[in-house]
Design a protein around this ligand. Structure first.
Ligand SMILES: [Zn+2]
Length: 313
């Protein structure tokens, strides 16, 4: 992986035949008690490594994966529909020298407001006019169809299952729990974009049993987090998430939930990868064992690609 460009709101890397741009939608704050122990008890501000006035920082990120098959946007940010500090995705795209018209398809990790509100522009139309498809996990389709905000994109919905490839080189991996159809995406067998598996890197990397107040099924979300963290460590995948901030250095132990940054003073990328492999993803006593959702150290058994040569007529 090679870092191509970094700006205040973006980081672009080359990964095999694809280019991946992390796009910041901004940052907001959430109450510290959103973090939950396995018994449902809320964690207090004292558990936070980097609190702001007793609250935790929540960055929001989307990703644009570009290649010969098109440009796939993974999640679309909160627009103006949620908390202050968010809705900067269009600004991030512009910073990266990209236009909304370049997006040919969209894949959702799940249909919560901070991931889908940006699909619709301020006038109530589709925000990405050339996006011909919006991929959503089968289990989350009902929630999307029931959201009146998303009416403009309903005709574009394509059901997605584990192993599907919304863009050649991108594979959907089921990570249920936060929502029933919560999806992660593995890019070029190397970078795992895992949506909302982790909301606070500093707390949940050393304590992956800690969950989030908005997990639909906390036990399932915890099992998915443990399983994919373990798989990422075993396979040497880099990981990035919708709520993982940049810059980061796996060597520091506090920022391994995001792609490495040129600004990071950490070790070189090879060392970071070995640091990721060494990270102790050991569930606490009482946590359920991780469920094996994939073959060890490999891609899912099949990849079903969808042709994505722009808007098809
Ligand atoms: Zn989220």
């Amino acid at each position: 992986m090679r870092i191509l460009r970094e700006t205040g709101l973006t980081l672009t890397v080359e990964l095999g035949a694809l280019t991946v741009t992390m796009l910041s939608d901004g940052e907001t704050r959430m109450p510290a008690d959103c973090l939950r122990a396995p018994d449902g008890a809320a964690l207090g501000p004292e558990a936070l490594a980097d609190p702001v006035a007793g609250e935790l920082r929540l960055p929001v990120r989307a990703f644009l994966v570009r290649g010969p098959g098109g440009a796939l946007l993974i999640d679309a940010g909160a627009a103006g529909a949620w908390r202050p500090g968010l809705g900067r995705l269009p600004e991030a795209l512009a910073e990266a020298g990209l236009g909304k018209g370049e997006v040919t398809a969209i894949a959702l990790t799940h249909p919560h407001v901070d991931h889908v509100a940006g699909l619709v522009d301020a006038d109530g139309g589709a925000a990405f006019p050339n996006a011909a498809r919006v991929f959503v996990a089968v289990e989350d389709l009902m929630a999307v169809r029931a959201d009146p905000l998303l009416l403009p994109i309903l005709s574009l919905l394509v059901p997605l299952e584990q192993g599907d490839g919304p863009l050649p080189g991108v594979t959907a991996i089921a990570a249920p729990g936060h929502t029933a159809g919560h999806m992660a995406y593995l890019v070029e067998g190397r970078l795992l974009i895992w949506g909302d598996l982790v909301h606070n890197v500093a707390v949940q990397f050393p304590r992956p049993e800690i969950g989030w107040c908005h997990d639909d099924d906390p036990a399932s979300a915890r099992a998915s987090r443990l399983a994919l963290m373990e798989q990422a460590a075993e396979a040497g995948w880099l990981v990035a998430g919708a709520h993982c901030r940049i810059p980061a250095s796996a060597g520091s132990g506090g920022g391994a939930g995001a792609m490495p940054s040129t600004r990071s003073p950490g070790p070189d990328r090879r060392d970071r990868n070995s640091a990721l492999r060494r990270m102790p993803f050991v569930p606490s006593p009482g946590s359920p064992p991780p469920r094996r959702r994939l073959r060890r150290g490999g891609l899912p058994r099949y990849e079903r690609h969808f042709p994505l040569s722009g808007r098809e007529t």
